[in-house]
Design a protein around this ligand. Sequence first.
Ligand code: SAM
Length: 457
Amino acid sequence: MAILSCSVQLAAWPKEFLSRMQALLKEEFPEFLSCLEQPYFRGLRWNPLKAPGEPLWDRLPFPVQPSPFSPLGFYFSSGEKRVGRLALHHAGAFYLQEPSASSAVTVLDPQPGERVLDLCAAPGGKSTQIAALLGGKGVIWSNEVVKKRAGILLSNIERMGVANGVVSSCHPETLCSGLAGYFDKVLVDAPCSGEGMFRKEEQARNDWSVEHVQACAARQAVILDSAAQAVREGGVLVYSTCTFSPEENEETVSQFLERHPAYCLEDCAVDFGRPGRLPQTRRIFPMDGGEGHFVAKLRRTAPNEASPPMHVPSRQRKDAQMESLARAMAAEIFKREPTAEIQQVGDAFVLLPEGLPSLQGLGVLRAGILLGEGKPARVEPAHHLFSAARPESLRQVWDLPSGSPEIEAYLRGEEIDIPPSYRGYVGVAADGVMVGFGKAVQGRLKNRYPKGLRNLP
Ligand code: SAM
């Protein structure tokens, strides 16, 4: 089929990209072309960490359909607007994620109790999916080398109620050599030429060139070489991209295997998508129900020569007075004292997950839950404390219907009326899912929803 015959809309697509796709897909190319003229797939992933039990579908203003890529993944209509403004989205009951993007974590298959590294993690779609599958047990270490993007990652980790996470912004080589052999599972969702994002992002289309594809492949090889160090013997390394080019997918994997005899390629063992050019790998095209993804599963079969980093008990000198203020603050908010150890890091107090190695020199922005920040003569509770809390663990929660005027006002950052029986720090929930908090004073709730998260009026 001649590319020249494609529609005006397709004329805006890079011609060389289309001829490469024609060579890749052969007789399926016309179907691919007709997909390109359709609206892109939209999806969400339900978050059992924040909203356990049956998903609250009746509280969403649109219907959803299950996706094949994850039991937690669903499609919704391309016409829906302002989904990110919904109270249940603010509450982290769901994460907006292109449906096929959930495929890599399904292949990774994290199990409760495992240590998992997501090396290229921002904005956090796959990290928060891993956290949901760990169910609060084990560690999800999310790293993003680009500092600005690491801030967005951290915000999503908070919103989705992750308590057993570490968020860092570190160069992959520094991080993986510092944590050599520490992880059961490592995900490299690599920066790529983004061909699977072309329907959605015009910019990605405009930036495309063969040179860019080659530069991405070279960068992916370097990232994978770093990642290889972090996996323990018998552990799994999953490599994924949202692009179609063989140079960034099967060729990157084959060359990695040549450089790293300690690894072998395993079957992805899933039934979505289709086998890639290496039959154990998986490819997803728009014809398979997603925008586009590639996944490969590698296992380290030989010992990791590096000894894993040791757990280092905190030797931080504690400020006894501040610590007792932090405990008093926690006692005011929680029904029971938190079981995790409260640790002081500078002026901040955190609830650390168990068994972490030394975090020194690894660009760590957050470990565990940020409980609060020390101020003169008090500790101010942090948003993360409430977003990661179970409502039943808190002394006071104001649970509002997700579409109510009160929750809408709260999400805009407004001060609102609250029954006068509430006093002091109060968690705010939407349909039973924690959103944030405020301070109740004489029938008014002073708003503490972080400014950067608020809905614009
Ligand atoms: N896994 C993320 C998710 O599901 O939300 C998406 C990750 S995105 C495909 C790739 C990430 O790699 C980007 O956030 C990008 O900033 C980061 N990145 C860019 N250059 C990198 C490098 N040299 N090493 C590691 N990560 C890099």
